[in-house]
Design a binder for this molecule. Structure first.
Ligand code: ADP
Ligand code: MG
Length: 322
């Protein structure tokens, strides 16, 4: 029902950045190699995500907006080994229940179609260009839930959240060319050649690369690839500890602590390291179905993974005589 959609939208969509996250994750799941995000702050903010992924065949376009309809898992066992970023089938119906959404999509074989959905009401499908990929335009977010609209911060604050979201997605997917433009201005553009260093340089700056140490290590259970900051490269918050597990940017206090522990007493008191690590683990050891935004995760082996991280970092610093 529409009310149920609006309620679940409250859990998934807190702000414009949540819309961006869900749309870009869908583009990633659709095997896109190029994803462009365009934000326009006109009278009402417009969010546009353009991808070159698989697209959706004409008959299935309406289904994408149905609650709990997902093309990504088909049996309950699939829930124990999730390879995609999405799997709950909630994002598009949620967004469409509290905003105006236009989707244009084609698989590059069938003729393209365009569908408009507003306040959960599906419009009629129109023919559209047949370029392979999907474009989703979202505007008038929270137009029918004014109490939520009031919680939105200034355009600058919302843009900062959007940028943070795109940065996290780009760090997790260096093989995809991801761009963010705001009012015609380029905020980020990654090359999509799988070079994590290039992504880090684009997000922060190229100077920082000189203060990072490359880390590559694998055991039977874990693979880690990425960069750790030298102990002098400190930050005032833990937010610069970026952990990406199986392509998903995760927030996990225990793992952040394990990273910090790897530095021992080398950090200045009250300061935190800068770390970007991509971890690969068996998906059945990772429960991502903890909350609707899927950023909190439960790990079956979180102690083992924590120890692995602490050890990896302290060994790397030792090797450098730091
Ligand atoms: P979920 O991602 O959890 O499956 P969503 O509501 O985000 O649920 O999307 C619903 C469905 O719409 C997806 O399962 C997918 O089949 C389709 N879809 C959404 N966005 C895209 C896209 N950019 N390219 C191809 N298919 C898409
Ligand atoms: Mg999704």
């Amino acid at each position: 029902t529409r009310l149920a959609d609006q309620i679940s939208a409250g859990e998934v969509i807190e702000r414009p950045a949540s819309v961006v996250k869900e749309l870009v994750e869908n583009s990633i799941d659709a095997q896109s190699t190029k994803i462009d995000v365009v934000i326009e702050d006109t009278n009402h903010q417009v969010i546009k995500v353009i991808d070159n992924g698989t697209g959706i065949v004409p008959e299935q376009v309406e289904l994408a907006f149905r609650r709990y309809a997902t093309s990504k898992i088909s049996q309950s066992e699939d829930l124990t080994r999730i390879h995609s970023l999405g799997f709950r089938g909630e994002a598009l119906p949620s967004i469409a229940s509290i905003a105006k959404v236009t989707m244009q999509t084609s698989d590059g074989i069938h003729p393209g179609v365009q569908l408009q959905v507003m306040g959960g009401q599906l419009g009629t499908k129109q023919p559209a260009a047949s370029r392979r990929g999907t474009t989703v335009v979202v505007s008038d977010l929270f137009y029918n839930t004014p109490h939520r609209r009031r919680y939105l911060k200034s355009a600058n604050t919302e843009l900062a959240k959007i940028t943070e979201t795109i940065n996290q997605l780009a760090l997790g997917h260096p093989q995809i060319a991801i761009s963010l433009r705001h009012n015609q201005k380029e905020v980020l553009q990654t090359a999509g050649r799988g070079n994590l260093q290039q992504v880090i340089g684009g997000i922060y700056n190229n100077q920082i690369l000189k203060q990072l140490l490359a880390v590559d290590r694998s055991t039977d259970d874990f693979i880690v690839h990425g960069y750790i900051g030298k102990p002098e490269l400190t930050r005032a918050s833990r937010n610069y500890i970026s952990l990406i597990i199986n392509g998903r940017y995760v927030r996990n206090a225990d793992l952040s602590k394990a990273v910090i522990a790897g530095y021992g007493s080398k950090l200045m008191v009250g300061r935190f390291p800068m770390v970007i690590l991509e971890l690969t683990i068996d998906p059945s050891r990772l429960d991502v179905n903890v909350q609707p935004t899927k950023q909190a995760v439960r790990l079956l082996d979180h102690q083992e993974l924590g120890l692995f991280l602490t050890e990896t970092i302290s060994q790397r610093l030792q090797k450098q005589n730091l």
